[in-house]
Design a protein around this ligand. Structure first.
Ligand SMILES: Cc1cc2nc3c(=O)[nH]c(=O)nc-3n(C[C@H](O)[C@H](O)[C@H](O)COP(=O)(O)OP(=O)(O)OC[C@H]3O[C@@H](n4cnc5c(N)ncnc54)[C@H](O)[C@@H]3O)c2cc1C
Length: 311
């Protein structure tokens, strides 16, 4: 549709950008041009952008911070909506934080720390937005955000506002039902308790210190752990990094994509990696682990093909 951007402008007042290079919006620093791109800074704009795309059946894909994504070398053929709708409010009568989905998770942690709300410390250092974290049930140190999500306000493809309670979201290891249903998360209500600022700060620092000893520094281009930790038939979860290391992943690379020397479950972009490099390396790693352990590692990083759509 040639005049989609004019339709969007006249129906919503939102101005789309054209041919925006997606590598600038993914921490992997990989990805070709998006045909259309918009950054929304309020829930009203987010709803309008999703609504107009649904109304005109124009393919769109919603992103947060781009910390868990691998964009296609061919870019994206529809509209990328980057969510930066950000607000944090404490609801004292319910003991909940009401957070807009484009809020930076680390800002939420900082805010909680300075205001004395405890419960979210384990998420310190997990980059990205609240919406992205809920979508993939982000977690660390044996806990995940889904445990803290009491309710989510979402906007669906039928252009309806819906309230989803924790059981509706089907949280599991790096999974929520949003992966199946493709609803846009607008707001989340997170359970917190009153705590002592000093103790919260101590916990946050402890988690950040543990992360910095294992994870690549922020300047390294990657999208977090590449594979999920697989579950054995007896329910035991194995560390993908350990399996990869024991299978000889250390030092492997394809083109400009390489296994991070400090932790084999991170694939990093050495500078000019393509999505194809990353996917080929990932495939080699999967095959190595399959040979050694008979297990096929599943990707945690989300590949966004040029023709993906949340319609
Ligand atoms: C150095 C590093 C360390 C990391 N450590 C961890 C870790 O410890 N634990 C962990 O779980 N992850 C970790 N990650 C991965 C990443 O931080 C999380 O997955 C994070 O929650 C992604 O958020 P995002 O806003 O960047 O989402 P994006 O990467 O932008 O998007 C991810 C998915 O969420 C969907 N999405 C985003 N916003 C919305 C919304 N509002 N409504 C509906 N769907 C939405 C997108 O469509 C996409 O499919 C790490 C990544 C890096 C780079």
């Amino acid at each position: 549709m040639q005049d989609f951007e004019h339709i969007v402008l006249s129906e919503t007042g939102l101005k789309l950008r054209r041919d925006v290079i997606l590598s600038a919006y993914s921490n992997f620093r990989i990805g070709g041009p998006a045909r259309f791109f918009i950054e929304v800074t309020s829930l009203d704009q987010l709803v309008k952008a999703v609504e107009v795309a649904c109304q005109h059946r124009f393919p769109f894909y919603l992103i947060g911070g781009g910390y868990n994504l691998l964009f296609d070398d061919a870019g994206y053929h529809g509209l990328i909506i980057r969510n930066r709708a950000s607000a944090i409010k404490y609801l004292p009568d319910r003991g909940l934080l009401e957070v807009h989905s484009g809020s930076d998770l680390q800002q939420v942690i900082k805010h909680s720390m300075s205001s004395g709300w405890t419960g979210l410390e384990f998420l310190a250092g997990v980059p990205g937005t609240v919406g992205g974290a809920i979508y993939g049930n982000a977690g660390a140190f044996g806990q995940a955000i889904g445990e803290k999500v009491v309710e989510v306000l979402a906007f669906n493809r039928e252009k309806q506002f819906i309230s989803l309670k924790q059981p509706d979201l089907g949280f599991n290891y790096r999974y929520s039902n949003l992966k199946k249903n493709h609803q846009a998360i607008l707001k989340a209500f997170l359970a917190v308790e009153k705590g002592a600022t000093k103790e919260i700060a101590r916990l946050v620092k402890g988690y950040l210190d543990q992360r910095s000893s294992k994870h690549p520094p922020r300047a390294v281009a990657c999208a977090g752990s590449y594979f999920k930790n697989p579950v054995m038939p007896d329910g035991q979860r194995l560390a993908a990094g350990f399996l990869l290391e024991k299978s000889g992943a250390r030092g492997m690379r394809v083109g400009q994509a390489a296994v991070y020397p400090g932790h084999c479950n991170f694939i990093i972009n050495l500078g000019r990696a393509t999505a194809r490099d990353v996917q080929e390396l990932a495939r080699c790693l999967q095959e190595k682990v399959k040979e050694n352990y008979g297990l096929w590692l599943e990707e945690e990083v989300i590949f966004v093909p040029a023709n993906a759509s949340m319609l």
